[in-house]
Write a protein that binds this ligand. Structure first.
Ligand SMILES: Nc1ncnc2c1ncn2[C@@H]1O[C@H](COP(=O)(O)OP(=O)(O)OP(=O)(O)O)[C@@H](O)[C@H]1O
Ligand SMILES: [Mg+2]
Length: 345
């Protein structure tokens, strides 16, 4: 074997961007400049410092215990995070990896430490920002549903009411005239009024399905599927064998909107000929499966600007539930929505 090359280890250790240390008898025997600087000292100042002094009080027992587990040979090497104590008293989050070695003929620990304070605070900032986004999504959903309900009501009650009055007046005119030309015009007007009433009803129903408020989720989904099949010529079935759950209105709305978006996706992307929706409840969970026989979903992870699946998953989450997918039984996609039925909100 070749003779070991004469590598200048001391220079490497002293210039290392990672902190390095040697501890023996619970006391620092050596630290490099990087490690000392993490805690606000010079290497000379840390020379001879007790291990306890370098960590926050709540971490002292665990850190000393970890030191002894290594020098005793119980575990030769441990990687863990601890909270160092800066000279100014501030906590410094450290990830350390130490191993037992022989130093001056007796057991010691040699280790490497990295300051992860910044990383942890970024993780925390990211978590908080996701949390705020989630709250925002929930708020927007609530606001949107309230607006839809209000517009649906106004349309139905006010505009629908006005059109009905118009229709009655037109009928009165129709009864009082014998003039054939006038009768023809009034007939057209009557037809137009009737169509307008129907249009207002359809728009209002689209905005806020009355069945959802009066007949519950099962009936509303049944109506949705019937309309979907009429519009797209995709054959659909709703199975709601044992479904008997009474859902709070907000939760029923969320499940309904998720199914609505799933059907929109099927019409737009799946190229399917059949859709089956299975509605079940049991063991405290509401489950809705929406299965198509189309080309299949590559992944639930969104790409580009798509927000459909993201907002479906967010709505489910808002109620403590989740959205998953698996390949359909005959190809295609099966989306699975699960929501707890307990009153968690
Ligand atoms: N049932 C399905 N079958 C096949 N592919 C699907 C199905 N549902 C979704 N996809 C694919 O997943 C992608 C993401 O869907 P998503 O609803 O998030 O976005 P989108 O429909 O493209 O846009 P939007 O934001 O308007 O909903 C779609 O672009 C489509 O490629
Ligand atoms: Mg979509």
């Amino acid at each position: 074997m070749d003779e070991a090359p004469d590598i200048p280890f001391r220079g490497i250790v002293e210039q290392s961007l990672a902190g390095m240390y040697v501890i023996q008898d619970e006391v620092f025997q050596y630290v490099n400049a990087t490690f000392a600087a993490m805690l606000g000292y010079t290497p000379e100042e840390m020379d001879g410092m007790h291990l306890r002094q370098a960590v926050m009080p709540e971490m002292q027992a665990e850190t000393v215990a970890n030191f002894h587990r290594r020098v005793s040979g119980e575990v030769p090497s441990i990687r863990y995070t601890t909270i160092g104590r800066h000279r100014n008293g501030e906590p410094v989050h450290l990830e350390v990896h130490g191993s037992s070695v022989l130093y001056r003929g007796r057991p010691a620990v040699v280790g490497v430490g990295v300051n992860i304070t910044e990383q942890l605070s970024q993780q925390e900032a990211l978590r908080q920002s996701r949390e705020r986004l989630r709250e925002l999504a929930a708020y927007i959903n609530t606001l949107r549903e309230e607006q839809r309900s209000r517009i649906a009501r106004e349309l139905h009650d006010v505009v629908g009411g006005m059109l009905t009055s118009m229709k009655l007046d037109i009928q009165r005119i129709s009864r009082r005239t014998q003039d054939p030309e006038l009768k023809a015009i009034v007939g057209d007007l009557l037809h137009l009024a009737q169509e307008s009433i129907q249009t207002v009803r359809t728009i209002s129903e689209d905005l806020r399905p009355g069945a959802l408020d009066h007949l519950g989720l099962g009936a509303a989904l049944q109506a949705m599927l019937r309309q979907f099949s009429e519009r797209t010529e995709v054959v659909s079935h709703l199975h709601r064998g044992g479904f008997d759950a009474q859902l709070p209105q907000a939760q029923a709305t969320a499940a309904y909107r998720i199914c609505q978006e799933a059907l929109t996706n099927i019409a737009r992307h799946a190229d399917a000929t059949h859709v089956v929706v299975r509605l079940t409840n049991g063991e405290g969970w509401l489950t809705v499966e929406i299965e198509d026989n189309g080309r299949g979903l590559v992944s639930l992870t969104p790409t580009g600007k798509s927000i459909g699946l993201v907002s479906m998953a967010e709505r489910a989450r808002e109620f403590g539930g989740n959205l998953a997918s698996r390949p359909g039984a005959t190809g295609g996609t099966c989306l699975i929505l699960r929501m707890p039925l307990e009153d968690l909100w």
